[in-house]
Design a protein around this ligand. Sequence first.
Ligand code: GAP
Length: 548
Amino acid sequence: MDKQNDQSRMDKIVSLAKRRGFIFQSSEIYGGLNGFWDYGPLGVSLKRNVKDAWWRDMVAGHDELATLAGAPSPYEMTGLDCTIIMHPQVWKCSGHFDLFHDWMIDCRESKRRYRYDHLHGRWASHRGKKVFVTTDQSGDEAVPDTVAKAQKFFGLRAKQVDEIEWGGGLESLQQAIAAGVASLADTLGPDAAAPGSLTEPREFNLMFETRIGALAGDDDDRAFLRPETAQGIFVNFKNVLDTSRVSVPFGIAQVGKSFRNEITPRNFTFRSREFEQMEIEFFCKPADSAQWYRYWRDRRWKWYLDLGLTEGKLQLREHAQDELSHYSVGTADIEYAFPFLNPGEFGELEGIAHRGDFDLRSHMEGKLVRKDGELVVETGPDGKPRHRGSGKDLSYFDDVTRERYVPHVIEPSAGADRGTLAFLCDAYHEDEVPDADGKPRSRTVMKFHPRLAPVKAAILPLVKKDGMPEVAIDLYRALKPHMACQYDEKGAVGRRYARQDEAGTPWCLTIDGQTLTDKTVTLRDRDSLVQSRVPIAEVVDLLRDKLA
Ligand code: GAP
């Protein structure tokens, strides 16, 4: 599929998401708030189903007695629900206070702000005039964008565009400036008319800051909204160990909101400023950690496939050595080919990281840095720890082997909103179905996995008379305690099917004249469109089996 088709597909998905109540812009009646999204009636169920499937498959339904395929041994899973605002020292020791930033650059002319690493440019000259033209577009759109900007800057007509001389291909502005190939004075900002309007790049910490207490004012009251749920798990490691009889290896899971003051939120919910994460911190013996890392990477990959994401649109990408965080021994990303990306590009759904003992040691000893290949406490000019740890012992004593060690951590960290967006994009299909007269009618259908579908079944009396609604209401009441279902008697049955197809409802149950004589209903399958007759008495068990 070419870029234009894919972009129009994305536009259709965004429009369906709004029209059918999956996702709305936050505070829309006031013009919206960039980077914040609300989930509507169908969206809230879809996202809840994603989170519930994750919790059930990873935690509640986990068989602690079995050795699962690829796992070195059986293991336990438990959970936590921690606060969004935590002690500020947590972020100092974790490294977020010092390191969790992006470089941004402002344009004095257009008043727009960009992520420095998102800007690319190239030299353009025309009749002795030279400028380094930049763009904030990526992929296929970047080069044409620089051409259009250079044309405007030099005041050329379309047919004169070929007169522009280009000094090479697009390169990162950051690298061009670092290498002395360009300077800010010669640089034409992406939305500027004249060069030299971009400010020096500045660091921008992505953590949202707040103040605690009514008399807030001095630095001691400063607090942060968590940028990840993981730290709540690390600082509670000892509490969980002391209160739940778990033993290594075990995992602690958490689902909850995280906040990042992203400089350029974009691509619908993909990069938001408020979002939900589903994170596991898995604690294991250092010697087994490489095997556990592989286990979790493969297990999480399979989870997305089992819930129906198209395999060809998924990619498992191991990070190269120079991409790894300073504490990471290995990281893999599970990525999805979102339709807003260029062909061949993928966006991260989840990262699986081998974090060694970095986190537990940071919260014991203080903020760590890597020196000569070793993690050591970072010290200030006075030789004291730059950020002091809790001083609490977060090591683990193994009763069986009589060993004491700091467990290593494997962290599968998924985004609930990104996952939901991938399931939404993947489910979107357009096809043709026969109408009441057998003529082909185009339809939009959301082919969600039944476990994720916001509504599992719709109960439709063919007409609003002859006792059909009464039978349908009885069936609705029998089914409702077991699954989300809807009763709909409004409009022609074809239109009702179309409504349910757009909502992604896997099954429609139609009560018709035959129902009244033989107590069977029509079961219509959303994807195959096969219609079969099923005894009413068997409907509940049949659909429950299909969902199991
Ligand atoms: N504890 C590790 C951690 O937070 P991360 O790669 O920064 O790692 C994990 O985030 C996941 O959280 C990402 O793979 C993504 O799914 C989601 N995520 C991160 N930033 C996001 C944002 N601005 N908007 C939506 N989801 C985001």
